[in-house]
Design a binder for this molecule. Structure first.
Ligand code: ATP
Ligand code: MG
Length: 524
């Protein structure tokens, strides 16, 4: 049986526990993989956002360039109060007519007024030198009918950092090379901010900041966590657009998913362990029952065989008139009667038990004095007890309240306990019967000084067909039904049976009836 149980454990471990454990290990080892997957998702999102921001910036500046192209006059100047300029964040514009070579620097922000004409000429010249290729390319584009705006570097002036943007315009059919001095802070806060707010919505936080700098130029919300991913813009290459989740960082998201998965697999594991324990307990119970049943068959056969053999032997002797005198004959007849009674008892017990098992037994509850029933039992059995060499003591409480139970059932339970007390006692043949009250319950105890019950077997003695296999099992007879029967009777009366036993010292069985709500289960 043990090897079958081991096989069951191994099968369950192999088919259920192992995959779960492997899954948990896989989950732990795939944390960084999951982080990468989520980071990639954020990066894709960032790409989409940057694309949209770039497009927006380009469209905005392109629109302004259209207006500039329209408003530029012959002396390469714009009307000073031009509303587009006021909102464009272009703080200065440097025009060079590429046909005539005429140069004009137009300043729109007071802070730049201090700078001399020379400063702007130098700036243009240095850009011409450094970005010659870009300039040529922009001219070619323009000739081909496409106007491109190209960033060519930044300058840091007193009132801020500026992005230089280069574009070729057309004025009176002559190409005009234009360098715009774009305030990065102004453009970020006035032009990009509303757009970023719109993109960020409630989910994201979008930031704009100089690469490597700690402070942001603009952020759609106060940032509580690290920026998850960031990239530079086309038109403002020194500015990085960053995104972060408003709720959770990548690490938190991954960890949350990880803990969720682990918790789910642990729950599953616990459920499976619970289920497995239940199955295993049932399996063991069934096994025990199967074992008990097979013991029962051999016990009962033995039980029946002995009296049958005696009856048959003495009946035959009587029949053949081989008995010498009258006394002997009487003795043999007594033996036959005794053995017949014993047989009847066994058969009755089995029938009785099967009736109870099938819920066919009916009870007749009536107010009963437990002390009186015990007294009746002792007067009926006193001769039987003493003849078997036992002494008994009765400590019966006189004023016990009545309890509503089936008197026959109580009597039957006590007979079973008395039978056991006598069967499982060896040298010390002393019994004590006690009744009393404890709290709301009334009890009756049967105590012996017999062989006792091993601790590890106590839980099984109420199982049907179970008999303790060590001790005097071979010298005593029984079907293993007595205590199961008592247990059933007690449960039917809403009471219970408890046992207190010390191996080699003795055993005390206690029947407990509740005076409140008693008998509610009767006649189920
Ligand atoms: P049956 O009562 O059907 O004739 P049984 O006495 O073996 O057979 P139970 O009365 O159910 O069966 O008892 C179950 C087992 O519990 C017994 O076989 C015995 O090993 C143990 N047992 C019961 N009462 C005592 C006791 N007073 N002292 C020691 N062991 C006991
Ligand atoms: Mg018994």
């Amino acid at each position: 049986m043990k090897s079958r149980a081991n096989k069951l454990i191994l099968t369950v471990a192999g088919t259920i526990l192992l995959p779960i454990i492997l899954f948990t290990i896989y989950e732990i080892s795939s944390i960084s993989e999951s982080e990468k997957v989520i980071e990639r998702a954020y990066e894709n999102q960032l790409d989409a956002i940057i694309f949209s921001v770039n497009q927006y910036s380009n469209d905005n500046l392109s629109g302004i360039m259209d207006k500039i192209e329209q408003q530029l006059n012959d002396s390469l100047e714009l009307p000073a109060k031009s509303p587009i300029i006021a909102y464009s964040n272009l703080h200065a514009l440097l025009f060079t007519n590429l046909k005539t070579g005429r140069f004009k620097a137009q300043i729109f922000h007071n802070a730049l007024n201090d700078l001399s004409e020379n400063f702007w000429v130098n700036l243009r010249d240095s850009l011409d030198l450094a970005q010659a290729k870009t300039k040529d390319q922009l001219i070619r584009y323009k000739e081909g009918g496409y106007r491109k705006i190209e960033p060519t570097g930044i300058i840091r002036l007193k009132n801020g950092t500026y992005q230089l943007i280069n574009v070729v315009l057309e004025h009176n059919s002559a190409p005009v090379y234009c360098i715009g001095v774009l305030s990065i802070d102004g453009f970020a806060n006035n032009v990009l901010a509303p757009r970023l707010q719109q993109i960020a919505d409630n989910e994201l936080i979008i930031t704009l900041g100089y690469a490597g700098a700690e402070n942001f130029i603009y952020t759609t919300d106060s940032l509580r966590k690290d920026v998850m991913s960031q990239k530079c813009m086309w038109l403002l290459p020194t500015v990085e657009v960053g995104i972060s989740s408003k709720n959770k960082t990548v690490k938190e998201l991954v960890q949350e998913r990880f803990y969720y998965n682990i918790a789910a697999s642990m729950m599953l594991l616990l459920l499976l362990i619970f289920g497995f324990t239940m199955v295993y307990r049932n399996y063991r119970k069934e096994m025990r029952l199967a074992q008990n049943k097979s013991d029962f068959v051999s016990n009962v056969s033995h039980e029946l065989r002995t009296p049958l053999a005696l009856i048959s032997m003495f009946a035959e002797t009587l029949l053949l008139d081989r008995v010498a005198n009258h006394d002997k004959r009487k003795e043999y007849e007594k033996i036959i009667l005794k053995e017949t009674n014993r047989l009847t008892n066994i058969v009755n017990k089995i029938l009785n038990f099967s009736q109870i098992e099938n819920n066919k037994r009916s009870y007749h509850p009536e107010p009963v004095n437990v002390s009186d029933v015990t007294k009746e039992l002792l007067s009926d059995y006193a001769y039987h007890i003493e003849r078997n060499g036992f002494t008994f003591e009765s400590q019966l409480e006189a004023d016990l309240p009545m309890v509503k139970i089936d008197k026959e059932a109580l009597y039957e339970a006590l007979v079973n306990l008395l039978d056991n007390a006598m069967k499982y006692s060896e040298d010390r043949k002393a019994l004590i019967f006690r009744t009393g009250m404890a709290g709301d319950s009334i009890f009756v105890e049967v105590q012996d000084q017999g062989i006792g019950i091993p601790k590890d077997k106590i839980n099984q003695i109420f199982d049907k067909f179970y008999r303790v296999t060590d001790g005097n099992i071979h010298t005593t007879r029984g079907a293993g039904l007595g205590l199961a029967l008592v247990n059933h009777l007690m449960e039917a009366h809403g009471g219970k049976i408890t046992v207190d036993s010390k191996l080699g010292k003795g055993t005390k069985f206690k029947l407990i009836f509740n005076t409140k709500d008693n008998g509610s289960d009767l006649n189920r």
